[in-house]
Design a protein around this ligand. Structure first.
Ligand code: FAD
Length: 367
């Protein structure tokens, strides 16, 4: 096992980058993990192209914007420029991020946590959960497909292979049209993008529909599978994980007989864009204490929603594990130093994520 780090920062959104910059200024040892291939991947995945970024500070907050280098400028720049700004700041500060490295689980106890990723493990004293609020839903089938929130990275990897995209919304549609374009522009690629949705109708907005229509008219190989149900993950005779997906049954065979028309894709060729969920399930998996909301105690969260319990320094119920930014928005349960627990409003903004990073670092630096 390598040397013990002062901290592992999970996620390279505004919160994770701010924490990294502050840790660097204090000469702390740390690693930033990012499951995508760019800094601010969460923002790249969720903002529409060209969206203007606002440096909003809610009225009730009195602190100035901390870590000014990653504050969006007052003149409201497009998201692409904001991502560029973050990259420049990282280059200038020589802030290294471990891209394509996805956090999986935590073992051990404070001060010797082991953080496991898809690439290995790290020994660390503190962990900062800065993974935002948009966790792509899993298909829930053996031999998991690649899951994405909105954009497909490395679309070129799909040249020359038939690929299956699952999902009926804008995210799936964006992935289908961008993969189709990449394949169409690649010389001699006559493979297809199969697009499957469990329902008959797809729910996409006008702009996305226009891009998709244009792609079809330009000769994109898109094959639509309506009412298609991802059924089972299986391992074939060559040891390859595959997904079997089938469409509606035909009738006329008697009450207890079904005729399925199905297709089987290698799981590595399957991309699931089936929505996102909040991080509550991850907090559960990590055994972090949460409170279930009832009308009497929650004003912001809905009945039945589960809120993470945090100290006023955003430390979870486990020493040395902190959560910040989008991951704890729009509210969490604060345990004040006098032991009183109350729901705390936490707007999901770049400002709050950066302010949180400063709060967490102040606590870690006091140790
Ligand atoms: C469409 C839209 C427009 C918005 N406009 C504004 C605006 O104008 N101004 C403003 O202040 N706020 C805006 N927001 C909100 C703002 O983007 C968020 O509050 C902010 O991005 C939260 O930062 P974060 O660092 O907590 O999380 P994120 O920015 O979500 O970053 C989390 C990072 O963690 C990575 N990650 C996730 N899981 C893992 C894992 N298991 N392992 C490794 N890495 C992982 C993700 O890939 C991501 O890069 C907007 C949000 C949306 C959706």
């Amino acid at each position: 096992m390598p040397l013990k780090l002062d901290m592992i920062i999970i996620g390279s959104g505004p919160g994770g980058i701010a924490a990294g910059l502050l840790a660097k200024q204090q000469s702390k040892s740390f690693v930033i993990l990012e499951k995508g291939s760019h800094a601010m991947q969460g923002i790249i995945d969720t903002y529409p192209r060209g969206k203007k970024v606002y440096p909003t500070i809610p009225k009730s907050y009195k602190d100035p914007f901390p870590v000014l280098e990653i504050k969006p400028p007052d003149e409201k720049i497009p998201v692409e420029k904001y991502v560029e700004q973050a990259q420049t700041v990282m280059d200038r500060n020589d802030l290294k991020i471990h891209f394509n490295e996805e956090f999986k689980e935590i073992d051990g106890t404070f001060p010797d946590y082991i953080v496991k990723t898809n690439q290995g493990s790290y020994l660390t004293r503190n962990i900062i959960l800065a993974f935002g609020s948009n966790i792509p839903n899993d298909l829930g089938i053996y031999g998991e497909a690649k899951t994405v929130a909105r954009n497909i990275e490395n679309g070129e990897d799909y040249i020359g292979i038939n690929v299956l995209v699952i999902g009926g919304g804008n995210a799936a549609a964006d992935v289908v049209s961008s993969l189709s374009k990449i394949k169409r522009e690649a010389v001699g690629d006559d493979t297809s993008v199969y697009w499957a949705h469990i329902k008959e109708t797809f729910e996409i907005n006008k702009d996305t529909a226009r891009d998709l229509g244009e792609e079809v008219l330009l000769g994109g190989h898109i094959k639509i599978l309506q009412k298609a149900i991802p059924k089972i993950g299986e391992v074939d005779a060559d040891g390859i994980d595959r997904l079997y997906i089938h469409q509606a049954t035909s009738s006329g065979l008697g009450d207890d007989l079904y005729l399925y028309q199905g297709m089987s894709f290698p799981m590595k060729n399957v991309i699931a864009c089936i929505g996102t969920h909040g991080p509550s399930a991850i907090f559960d998996k990590l055994n972090l204490q949460q409170i279930t909301c009832t009308g009497a105690i929650c004003k912001i969260a809905r009945e039945g929603e589960r809120l993470l319990m945090l100290s006023d320094h955003l430390e979870t119920g486990k020493n040395g594990i902190y959560a910040l930014g989008g991951a704890i928005s729009p509210s969490y349960m604060e345990i004040a130093s006098d032991g009183i627990i109350k729901e705390k409003k936490h707007p999901n903004l770049i400002y709050t994520a950066i302010l949180d990073a400063q709060k967490v670092m102040n606590k870690i630096l006091k140790e």
